[in-house]
Design a protein around this ligand. Structure first.
Ligand code: S3P
Length: 433
């Protein structure tokens, strides 16, 4: 249990390299393991979530060297080369690891068990179990939740319309589709991150995308690749927030992925008045990348259009803080998915902001946040990495210091957050609770 103590009054300046994208890192490990031949990954995120995915494939006989300074060399075993793990596969805090692995494991010829920490055991897994069962999978859960006991078996294809906009469910179905007898298609109700589709194609597996529907056929193979993971815009988001709200800030975040299914945060902050410029646009590992310069600017509250919610789904903790620092009211709707993230992010952000004196009306699918001056105080992160990082940035403009409890899980997605934040100028101290 570690906690952060962050003092107000500083500004964020300089150039910061943003660590690798978590979603792409998980997929690089999974597809590299299932590919034929060697995959060399650079820029891999060495966060606890991705390390859990690496450990799971090692337990299934996949040899890997690293990770070391973001490099990982994977000796792929091919689609049918995994071995039965002798132990339960521990996904830790990671919903992505559990849901994507459920898709891979459903079609194997051996049984397996997926377990996770207390937060992961509370999160809904029925959203992947339902389509996988329709494909013929046999998975036993506890009331739709982990642990998942999977009896791998031959699968049928499916033409599935996702009831929720979820890249994890889409990816689980597509990964299971690699093992199905006939084609598998998924249609999404709103655009979600498309890294699985891009990367399957990048590894040489044919996949068709027509509007909201992605389909893959049988008989393809994955071929080992060299790939570079772009910086995670979801990690960059905390610095976009901090530099926007703290007067005098001028920060450049380098090598950040700007895949259009992920850039909702830039669109929302810009519409609120943020001063964000994209420079050095380029392509890295099949993904668009840029350096992002952000300077202080006053924010104005807004009604966030629901169509932007799935494009900024992980950035709402940061956006709650931006809204609290903005002039006027910000209205968030259509965001009920926030209640089933690493914590109930609507309830946890609302109560953290209230502890700092901000008026927040909680709604089932969002919140109304009234911009005001922030006081100092103590905030519970409920073990949610993104809640902890968002409140750390809030301290830049608070009247007094903010103490944030239960911050160890920042290491799941952004292990060097404290060091980078200090380097940029945040007055942050880490203490063991
Ligand atoms: C992810 C998808 C999103 C996101 C999560 C990572 C992925 O979850 O919140 O951090 O890598 O596919 P949902 O699919 O539950 O929206």
């Amino acid at each position: 249990m570690s906690r952060y103590l962050v003092h107000p009054g500083s500004q964020l300046r300089g150039r910061l390299p943003i660590p690798g994208d978590k979603s792409i890192s998980h997929r690089a490990v999974i597809l590299g393991a299932l590919a034929e031949g060697v995959t060399e990954v650079e820029g891999l995120l060495e966060g606890a979530d991705v390390l859990a995915t690496i450990a799971a494939f090692r337990a299934m006989g996949v040899e890997m060297e690293g990770p070391d300074h973001g490099r990982l060399r994977i000796q792929g075993v091919g689609l049918h080369g995994l071995r039965a793990p002798g132990v339960p596969l521990d996904c830790g805090n990671s919903g992505t690891a559990m849901r994507l692995l459920a898709g891979v494991l459903a079609g194997q010829s051996f049984p397996s068990t997926l377990i996770g920490d207390a937060s992961l055991q509370r999160r809904p897994m029925d959203r992947v179990l339902r389509p996988l069962a329709a494909m013929g999978a046999e998975i036993i859960a506890q009331d739709g939740r982990a642990p998942l006991r999977i009896h791998g078996r031959p699968l049928r294809g499916i033409d599935y319309v996702l009831p929720v906009a979820s890249a994890q469910v889409k990816s689980a179905v597509l990964l299971a589709g690699l093992y199905a007898e006939d084609p598998t298609c998924v249609t999404e109700p709103a655009p979600t991150r498309d890294h699985s589709e891009r990367m399957l194609r990048g590894f040489g597996y044919p996949i068709e995308r027509l509007g909201a529907r992605a389909c893959l056929r049988q008989g393809g193979r994955l071929h080992g690749q060299s790939l570079q993971v772009p910086g995670d815009i979801s990690s960059a988001a905390f610095f976009l927030l901090g530099a926007t709200i703290a007067p005098g800030s001028d920060l450049t975040l380098t090598g950040v992925g700007i895949n259009p299914t992920r850039t909702g945060v830039i669109e929302i902050l810009t519409r609120m008045g943020a001063r964000i410029d994209l420079t050095a646009l380029r392509e890295v590992g099949g993904e668009p990348v840029a350096d992002i310069r952000v300077r202080h600017a006053p924010l104005q509250g807004m009604v966030i259009p629901p169509r932007l919610v799935s494009l900024a789904i992980d950035e709402f903790p940061a956006l709650f803080i931006a809204a609290a620092c903005a002039k006027g009211r910000t209205v968030i709707t259509g965001a009920e998915e926030l209640r089933v993230k690493e914590s109930d992010r609507i309830a946890v952000m609302a109560s953290g902001l209230r502890a700092l004196g901000v008026t927040v009306e909680e709604r089932v699918d969002g919140a109304v946040i009234h911009g005001s001056l922030l006081g100092g105080g103590r905030v519970e992160s409920h073990g949610d990495h993104r809640v902890a990082m968002a409140f750390a940035m809030a301290a830049l403009v608070a009247r007094d210091a903010i103490e944030i409890l239960d911050c160890a899980n920042v290491a799941t997605s952004f292990p060097n957050f404290p060091a980078l934040a200090q380097q940029a100028g945040l007055l942050l101290a880490v203490a063991d609770a």
